[in-house]
Design a protein around this ligand. Structure first.
Ligand code: ADP
Ligand code: MG
Length: 260
């Protein structure tokens, strides 16, 4: 059964989409079966996977409104993972779902029919704690939190941890923190080092050992519609996301072997 991971941080520009796309590609390159769900009306993960968002007639929006199944909306990508795409239609979903029953559970319910086909399902959440993100948090087993090691990062993180606790108390008791990922990291920056040390102090081994460096190849790859692995495999960015996939697989397979 798939492990479902929501890539979340209410802050924009911290590397959620970059992480979702490149981790999906790295897990797929490691022969895992991966589905990625774009939950952001900006559709950046869709475009970054080489799928033209404005030509789509069926997207995750139609799934959330129960007009289509995930299998009807799913597309395959050249990077060997499957994608549930999004475009700006999704911006209307929040308003349209207000009247609906069980609106927080739409994604979870939809995933039940295809989850067994995958090892990992990654959800790229929008930069807000809105109904789309809540659908992601209700569907997920765990949350991956990409963050930049900046001055306000820890404050933003405590808001997010509160939200996760609230979701756990009222909606999804099984929701765990999968891990915190340091993104766009510059080891020469003293503040980044300091925030990174505090992060490890508070969150211990929930902080991934793998650090994602600032790397121009990661920023360029979406303009070619491919994950960085297919743009410049030797780049530091590509190697970092391969290492992250390895670290994640190592952790989850160790847990599975221990029968937990
Ligand atoms: P989010 O999804 O959290 O809003 P993105 O993944 O879209 O964040 O990243 C924001 C911007 O930063 C994008 O332009 C992206 O290309 C760039 N970026 C993300 N990670 C890196 C990195 N490690 N090195 C360089 N640029 C990055
Ligand atoms: Mg994004």
């Amino acid at each position: 059964m798939a492990r479902i991971i929501a890539v979340t941080n209410q802050k924009g520009g911290v590397g959620k989409t970059t992480t979702t796309v490149n981790l999906a590609a790295s897990l797929a390159a490691t022969k895992r079966k991966v589905l990625m769900v774009d939950l952001d009306p900006q559709g950046n993960a869709t475009m970054g996977s080489g799928v033209e968002k404005d030509r789509l007639t069926r997207t995750v929006y139609h799934v959330l409104l129960e007009q289509n199944s995930l299998a009807e909306v799913r597309v395959s990508t050249s990077a060997k993972y499957d994608l549930i795409p999004a475009n700006r239609d999704l911006a209307g979903a929040e308003v349209e779902l207000v009247q609906e029953m069980a609106r927080e559970w739409r994604l979870k319910k939809a995933l039940e029919s295809i989850a067994s086909e995958y090892d990992y399902i990654l959800l790229d959440c929008p930069p807000a704690l809105n109904l789309l993100t809540v659908n992601g948090l209700c569907a997920a087993h765990a949350v991956m939190i990409p963050m930049q090691c900046e001055y306000y990062a820890l404050e933003g993180l405590s808001d997010l941890v509160k939200t996760i606790k609230r979701v756990r108390a009222h909606l999804n008791p099984q929701l765990e923190i999968e891990g915190l990922l340091r993104t766009m990291f510059d080891p020469r920056n003293a503040l980044a080092q300091q925030v990174s040390a505090q992060l490890q102090q508070y969150f211990g081994d929930k902080v991934y050992r793998t650090v994602i460096p600032r790397n121009v190849r990661l920023a360029e790859a979406p303009s070619y519609g491919v994950p960085v692995l297919y743009h410049d495999k030797a780049s530091k960015g590509a190697q970092a996301y391969l290492a992250l996939a390895g670290e994640m697989i190592g952790k989850s397979e160790a847990v599975a072997a221990a029968g937990v």
